[in-house]
Design a protein around this ligand. Structure first.
Ligand SMILES: Nc1ncnc2c1ncn2[C@@H]1O[C@H](COP(=O)(O)OP(=O)(O)OP(=O)(O)O)[C@@H](O)[C@H]1O
Length: 553
């Protein structure tokens, strides 16, 4: 059926109506612009009159007479003074203009979009925070969300950044699963991709959700202001720890909140285990710990990944060995086990005899083991003992002997870690993207934040013993020979690296005490029988003897 055209009056009429409306709107806008000063003065006069009336009403009756007399006298004076009335008029107009000026309105409540968001959140929480026979439900479909949300804040994009939720006392906030459901829901509804912190106040039945800003990634390796025996694992949220340290951040110095790990014979977490996905920054963490350890102690590095990422440490003062081959690793760890026993015996003798500790056992010894899982695999294939077995003595007795063990591995190697390692590494770190379950498996507790799916390298969580789970950003400590790393960060590492005594000589020929192990070149010698040549240069060293024995059989 052919469509009949609209009557002319209707089709052209609507266009002319729209045009007239536009003209009227433009005229109104222009008039408002022109009359704006007048409108301001009138508004101001109205406000002045209102405030005058209020003052008059508030004046006690017995004082009204004198006030009236004073006002009349002023008026008379103004009238008699030359140009008085004109000046008075200008003053009143000026005061009215000032009073009537438009001020930015103070925001007193959520706008429409924000109210809609809060209502949606409230409705989503109803099934979790209500029961059928509650006579006065705080959460009910179509209920009053303002009673349940006592505080809230939004960012410039209209996304929630803080929310205070009051919940009914019968909600099972003691159950981790119940809490996790609420956290998951709030996290999802408030926008993914950000990290949320949840603080449950079980006594007051209140939950505070806060969106956490990202931790700074610009702090690089440097000499941190710490006491002897303290190592900065990284930096966390300012309100999570009680202390701050001044750190260089680019060209400025800022106060940062450190995650400080205490080692030594009073430490309750004498050894550390770091776990992450490949590329999450565990090697960088070990490098950062090594640089700090070298300020007061000696370091043995065993690099199971064999990628030569510790090459910059080779031959530095205090670096006793950097090993990556299985044979060398076994020998080094065997030496470390004997050294732990020796230190223990001498320390006991000194204590029993009432003497101070001998100088040669005072310097802390650090055993840094990256990817022990790989070495364990190689050892099993070659019918040799797992290097982890040699760690039993340092792990068990290291605290009293001034020996600290740091291990790092990937999630998939967690099962290969033995019982001794698990029991004695009470300082724990998880780096990189990880599920709440993975984090809980390593730290023994859930983080009270929602781990985001994407995190920069060196970002994760730390837990010292039974302490709280802390967010962590490890200082940027790249391999200074890694040309892909930032030049300033590489230079920062070079600045804190100890010197190489006699840089012009071969590393192995550097002078060492007789019983100290040799500085061994960090080649990835996957040959499991060959002992690195450097060891032969110190035939009197204990490490050399141990290596020779292992090489023989
Ligand atoms: N804290 C950090 N700050 C800045 N960059 C970092 C940090 N940690 C690691 N990186 C960068 O991330 C990359 C991987 O780091 P790293 O080698 O330490 O990871 P990994 O966990 O040992 O990985 P893999 O075991 O696969 O070698 C490197 O380029 C390193 O410079």
């Amino acid at each position: 059926m052919a469509r009949r055209p609209l009557p002319r009056i209707l089709s052209s009429g609507s266009a002319s109506i729209t045009r007239s409306r536009e003209i009227a709107r433009t005229a109104a806008d222009s008039a408002t612009d022109v009359l704006h000063p007048l409108i301001t003065i009138v508004r101001g006069l109205r406000l002045l009159a209102a405030s005058g009336r209020q003052k008059w009403v508030a004046t006690p009756k017995e004082r009204r007479g004198p006030k009236l007399f004073l006002a009349a006298a002023c008026l008379l004076a103004v009238a008699l003074v030359p140009y008085g009335p004109i000046l008075a008029l200008i003053t009143v107009m000026g005061a009215a203009a000032w009073k009537g000026r438009e001020r930015t309105p103070v925001k007193t409540g959520p706008d429409e979009a924000e109210s809609t968001r809060l209502r949606a959140l409230y409705e989503a929480l109803v099934p979790y925070f209500s029961v059928a026979d509650d006579p006065e439900p705080l959460f009910a479909h179509g209920g009053d969300w303002e009673k349940a949300f006592s505080g809230y804040a939004f960012d410039g994009d209209g996304r929630l950044t803080r929310l205070h939720v009051s919940y009914p006392a019968y909600f099972t906030d003691g159950e981790a699963a119940a809490r996790a459901r609420i956290e998951q829901l709030l996290h999802t509804k408030s926008g993914r991709g950000r990290e949320y912190h949840f603080a449950w106040d079980e006594e007051a039945n209140r939950l505070v959700m806060t969106v956490l800003g990202p931790l700074s990634t610009s702090v690089a390796a440097q000499r941190f202001v710490t006491a002897p025996g303290e190592t900065v694992l990284g930096f966390t949220d300012p309100d999570a720890v009680r202390r701050t340290v001044p750190v260089r951040d680019g060209d400025t110095t800022v106060d940062a909140a450190p995650v400080v790990w205490r080692t030594g014979n009073r430490s309750t977490e004498p050894h550390l285990l770091a776990v992450g996905q490949p590329g999450s920054g565990t090697t960088t963490l070990i490098r950062s710990v090594a640089l700090q350890a070298l300020q007061q102690g000696d370091v043995l590095v065993v690099d199971g990944s064999g990628t030569g990422e510790y090459g910059a440490l080779v031959g530095r003062t205090g670096v006793l060995a950097v090993e990556s081959g299985l044979g060398g690793a076994l020998a080094t760890l065997e030496w470390a086990a004997h050294e732990t026993e020796r230190r223990l015996i001498f320390a006991n003798r000194a204590r029993q005899g009432g003497h101070p500790l001998p100088e040669d056992i005072k310097r802390p010894l650090w055993i840094l083991l990256d990817r022990p899982g790989v070495l364990g695999h190689l050892a099993a294939a070659d019918g040799r003992p797992d290097p982890q077995e040699l760690l039993q003595v340092p792990l068990r007795h290291g605290r009293a002997a001034g020996v600290t063990v740091v291990l790092a591995d990937q999630f998939d190697a967690l099962e290969t870690l033995g019982e001794t390692v698990r029991t004695h590494t009470r300082a724990r770190v998880v780096l990189g993207p990880a599920s709440p379950e993975q984090i809980t498996a390593v730290l023994g507790a859930e983080p009270n934040t929602t781990p985001p799916a994407e995190v920069p390298a060196g970002r994760g969580y730390a837990r010292l013993g039974t302490g709280p789970v802390l967010r962590l950003q490890v200082p940027a400590t790249p391999d200074p020979y890694d040309e892909d790393a930032s030049e300033s960060h590489r230079q920062a590492v070079l600045d804190v690296l100890p010197e190489r005594p006699g840089d012009e000589r071969p590393v192995a020929a550097a002078p060492r005490p007789d019983d100290a192990p040799a500085a061994v070149d960090a080649h990835d010698d996957r040959d499991t029988t060959e002992v690195p040549v450097a060891v032969e240069a110190v035939p009197t060293g204990q490490l050399a003897k141990a290596k020779a024995a292992i090489a023989e059989g």
